[in-house]
Design a protein around this ligand. Sequence first.
Ligand code: ADP
Ligand code: ZN
Length: 824
Amino acid sequence: MLTKIYAEVCVNIPALKTNKPYHYSIPENIKDILSPGHKVLVPFGNTNAEGYVVGFTEKAEVEDVKGILKIIDRQIVIPAPLIELAKWMSRRYLCPLAKILECIAPSGIKTRTSQIITLRHEKLNDKFMQDIQCYAPLQWRIINLLKNSEKGLLEYKTLKRELKNKNIYSSLRKLEEKGIVHIDKQEKTGVKRKLVKSATLLYDSSVMDFGTICDEYGIKSSIQKKILKEILNRKEISLVELSTILGISYSGVYSSAKALEKRNIIKLENKEIRRDPYMKPYENPANLTPTDEQKNVLELIDECLERVNGQKILVHGVTGSGKTEIYLRAVEKILNMGKGAIVLVPEISLASQIVESFKNRFGDLVAVLHSRLSAGERYDEWRRILDSEARVVVGARSAVFAPVKDLGIIVVDEEHENTYKQEEDPKYHAREVAEKRIELEKGLLVLGSATPSIETYYKGKRGEYIITNLKKRVNNRPMPVVELIDMRKELKSNNKSIFSRRLHSCIKQALKNNEQIILFLNRRGFSTFILCRDCGFVMKCPHCDISLTYHFDTKDLKCHYCGFEKKVPDFCPQCKGSAIRYFGIGTQRIEQEIKKFFPDCRILRMDMDNTRKKGAHERILETFKKRKADILIGTQMITKGLDFPGVSLVGVITADTSLNLPDFRAGERTFQLVMQVAGRAGRGDVPGRVIVQTYNPRHYSLQHAVNCDYKNFYAKEIILRERFNYPPFSEMANITIKSQEEEKVKVCAIQLGAVIKEKFAKLWCIMGPSPAPIYKLRDKYRWQITIKGKSLDGLEPLLEFKRGIIEKYSNVSIDIDINPIFSL
Ligand code: ADP
Ligand code: ZN
């Protein structure tokens, strides 16, 4: 253990380009308690800044070391293993530590300093206080604003705003000199604990009943009587609740309660309540007896838990094999061992079903974290975890940072999903971070998937993970029958509809049998490009190198990358002709076609366009689950993990969208997609049927998907990966240079490329610089450099090169993405 002489503090100014922690001396009074993960206030430049203690050192780098001013939060905000994890991430993803810590601690706990101006009440009655003659006009206005404020105090910012005057500071100083006001600094957190006014009875209700109190105190007001009655019933009740129960306005309740308080009958207090994003009542958990296959996996998990040192398991189980039940039981074991658990799920639409299972099983011990929570909800859930009130965290990728103490297990459900990769800085992969965290905390990692990523399965084959299988569906339900439909033949037979004859008749049959249908297409909107048939002009986004998508509901053309919108022109902007035609299909088009062919069926659509609002996902899925709709049409959001027993038919409108992506993962994506979509069929008593339409029926991904044959798909894919030296046989770093100035990007890219080649060419294969596949995006031109090699250890100098370029050229930004999922 190092002697604590200096603290290493990572100052929380994300704009700061340096990655190094700063050294501060430690005042004696906090020396014993100060630990890594404490949030502290330190002098920084001309101001004070907050930061996190990330370590200790015996030698300071500079001579003139300043001291820590104070500990902001007594509680350790970032537990030690997470500090270690952050340092590792900073090296792995070439991202400043401050940025990573910012991502680990929710925004709510960040504090800002504000100045509070308080009127000195003891001076209020002084003569000169009342004498306008004593003050300059601005000073007089300040005094009156303060007098009229609720508590006789105002924030500096508010005062400034009220007075529409930037130069009030000297006036305030003068008032302070005269002893009229105080100017104080106050730290405020962005999000506060939520407080509500609650009333409690000051009497023992068994001694004095309602009648006695009313008589004794002569309570006549009927509102006061009603309030008193409720309080007698409940001992404690919030005023908001009272107002709802009694149907009286809040202010009405408040004034009557105040009157009761004045007579010392009740007490009014601010009580903290937690914002609870999960508003459903818990249901009784299903009591399931594990199947033999589930038992085997659980026994294996038991064995691993006995060993406790960073074990890793891949649960490769077909869709519907009951993986959730395994997670639940594994987590239960962990809780019994006194440890905590994190369960990562790819998306919140999916989470809602799994959240339900966990909430039903473990109740309030479960905290839910995901990006759709409000800042306040997020803060409260996070606090509950930090205080160990919640021991199980279910959430999307950033939940991997949840400050769970004594973490025993991380489950990554649907580990192959792309949503685990964060596309903004820090560009981490949650599965990889989970793996590292488990190593640091010596827990158990459980990855689950029906279609494991090639990387994960490869690691399993090499012995880094224990692979365990669930080959059968629960209750021996059969795997769905998958059929490929060759759309070229449809065209030849003169069927120009987007539905093949086979899919059409299956939809008809399913509707007739009262069974539900899912139709999948990975493109939202109505048509994906519009073209003038006379001159060949394609409508493109003026800000991006992307064709615009037509949206039927709003009659708009939209850019799916930057959000640009415009009305559909009546004439071609180029040749002024009127032969504008729509090509490519999106989910809205399917909706319209279905309406045309099956006018009586009830349709739901689910894609990015109609799920932006909070709760929209859940509402659509609820409706479908309750069988209030026959057909659900959607993008990839509907492929994942959903369990709808009523669905007997799944149609993939075209498998070619993902097959034709210019990406080495196209084959893997397509296989996963068809398998996942297929997994939605036949989960109830009716066997499932899956119809996949394609122009490439011979493609190996589709051929193996038809047979639900992961092993042979993997065997074929891994050979291709090795031959072309793609992951998992190599690692890649993608560097994107961006600027609004076309010439400048090119110059920078070439310069950066030269530096990289000079330093790294011996170690790694370097491709580019060259214009990016999408050359222009959101008005920025883009060039790329790709570095590929066995391992990317030792890439840190790249951060220095990047800094060199950015400092030299203005308006240029450089993105570094380690093992990118998509390369735009
Ligand atoms: P997966 O995640 O592997 O696709 P799920 O966990 O969604 O599968 O389980 C599929 C269905 O089987 C769920 O409705 C679940 O309640 C049910 N199930 C799971 N385990 C059992 C069991 N041992 N006995 C009966 N039903 C089970
Ligand atoms: Zn655009």
